[in-house]
Design a protein around this ligand. Structure first.
Ligand code: NAD
Ligand code: GLY
Length: 359
């Protein structure tokens, strides 16, 4: 079992990582939480695999769990469905001492976290992520929120969990496509902050693709360590945290242009990282062979590296204009000058961005 810490003063919290970590994580809860009531927020897919075990461990630890099941999918990440969480908490007479446990992927975690941030002006919550993307990214760092007409994740709050538990056994049931999408974020950490991890990913494609427990432990631990360090340095994205959005501005442009259909987020991030590499090359920051090395690794994990035929660079740029990360209309992108060292750069012309998308 690996244990990391997100250092945020009195809001610091541990991240437990391991095969079967749920049991150990739940055993920690009586020390971390004030009350005995806990609402397990989940969805019908995840409930089928993990609810009975989670509820059994919670009861054994002295909790009175209730389950709030939301429909599965990004299209339900809405205010209307947040209201269902509030309704469940009110029906169960939850008060300020009680807590929420998010059991599921990033959609569940973002919604459960937002409900926890706002119910009675904030109650405790813990993250039990069950997708690779949620284990390596969304469950750590305290970004919570929902989609709203006009923007994805446009309504939300920074609100840190009290504990994150990455039970690697959960990843065994994840569909291949979801697993690959999580790998895009894993590769991102290598590019932005950890050259040795990047090289390890190059050398261990087979083990990672086969979801060997040791390989899973390495990718989740290395990714969480990177995210925890960046979040501890800049919790509210005033500065360095923006590097976690490497490839994401292009990705959001792709997703917006396609109205969040056909291409999944991790696939859009994969294409976006290739584009951000090309941008780094066109600025003279990296040699072509580095951009090619990055593209090769992304492809090795079965992720796309080019725009699909049915989508043009112009359409992607239009999609990007609506990205909330484009501050005051300025084009800012995360670029890198060597694998392991990314930073934000502004002042791009539209033509430079379009050129990075060609190829
Ligand atoms: P998701 O939550 O929709 O999960 C993907 C699918 O996998 C769902 O159908 C889910 O039911 C299923 N699933 C979950 N666990 C499973 C398991 N163990 N076995 C089988 N199936 C399982 O999607 P996601 O990719 O986990 O998360 C995407 C969301 O995360 C987006 O809404 C995105 O905005 C958000 N996000 C948030 C942050 C953040 O910092 N808060 C970061 C990145 C992404
Ligand atoms: N996923 C980007 C962030 O947490 O900042």
């Amino acid at each position: 079992m690996a244990s990391l810490r997100v250092d945020l003063g009195d809001r610091s919290y541990p991240i437990l990582i391991g095969d079967g970590a749920s049991k150990e994580g739940i055993a920690l809860l009586p020390r971390l939480l004030k009350g005995k009531k806990i609402a397990v927020v989940t969805n019908p897919v995840v409930v089928k695999y993990f609810a009975s075990k989670t509820l059994r461990f919670l009861r054994k630890a002295g909790f009175k769990p209730t389950v709030i099941t939301l429909p599965d999918g990004e299209r339900y990440k809405t205010l209307q469905h947040i209201a269902r969480i509030y309704d469940g908490l009110i029906a169960g007479h939850f008060d300020r001492a009680d807590a929420i446990l998010a059991l599921g992927g990033g959609v569940t975690g973002d919604m459960a976290g937002f409900a926890a941030a706002t119910y009675m002006r904030g109650i405790d919550f813990v993250q039990f992520p069950t997708t690779l993307l949620a284990q390596v990214d969304s469950s750590v760092g305290g970004k919570t929120g929902i989609d709203y007409p006009g923007g994805k994740n446009i309504v939300g709050a920074f609100y840190q969990p009290r504990l994150v538990v990455c039970d690697l056994s959960a990843l065994k049931t994840l569909p291949d496509r979801e697993y690959r999408c999580g790998m895009a974020e894993v590769i991102k950490y290598g590019i932005i902050r950890d050259a040795r991890f990047f090289a390890w990913l190059e050398e261990n494609v087979k083990e990672v693709a086969a979801r060997k427990t040791g390989a899973l432990e390495t990718i989740v631990r290395k990714s969480c360590a990177c995210k925890a360090a960046v979040v501890a340095a800049d919790e509210r994205e005033a500065d360095i945290r923006a590097i976690l959005n490497f490839g994401h501005t292009f990705a959001h442009g792709i997703e917006t242009a396609l109205d969040y259909k056909r291409i999944k987020h991790g696939e859009a991030v994969a294409i976006g990282m290739v584009m951000a590499s090309r941008l780094s090359y066109s600025l003279g920051l990296i040699p072509q062979k580095t951009a090619e090395r990055v593209k090769r690794l992304i492809a090795a994990y079965g992720l796309p590296t080019t725009l699909p035929k049915y989508l043009s660079p112009g359409e992607v740029i239009e999609g990007m204009v609506h990205d909330k990360k484009i501050i005051s209309g300025a084009w800012r992108f995360v670029v890198y000058d060597r694998i392991g060292n990314a930073f934000v750069k502004g002042g791009f012309a539209r033509a430079e961005i379009a050129a990075a998308m060609d190829g």
